[in-house]
Write a protein of this length. Structure first.
Length: 95
């Protein structure tokens, strides 16, 4: 855990969320699109950034599913059905 690794995590999450918000682009597509960013990095930094892009894209897909009523990926249909009505009522998700 260095500052460089934490910075790459944050950059990967932001890039992943920005890819995941677009309907139809999920985690694997985001990693494939942004893979060239990691060509000049050392292997550990590249894996950290790619994994954060993947998980950020999954979280970004939930944003469009819940707030905009557009499930862009198959896994976000459950979020769409359950959490949309809760968000409209001003409630937080129950676990």
């Amino acid at each position: 855990m260095t500052w460089k690794t934490l910075a790459l995590m944050m950059v990967g999450l932001v890039l992943g969320i920005s890819v995941g918000v677009l309907p139809g682009l999920g985690g694997p597509n985001g990693v494939a699109i942004l893979l060239p960013l990691t060509f000049t990095m050392d292997p550990t930094s590249a894996i950290v950034m790619l994994s954060c892009i993947y998980w950020g894209a999954l979280s970004g897909g939930a944003i469009t599913s819940i707030l905009f009523n557009i499930p862009g990926e198959a896994w976000s249909v459950g979020d769409h059905l359950r959490r949309l009505s809760m968000a409209q009522q001003g409630q937080r998700p129950r676990r």
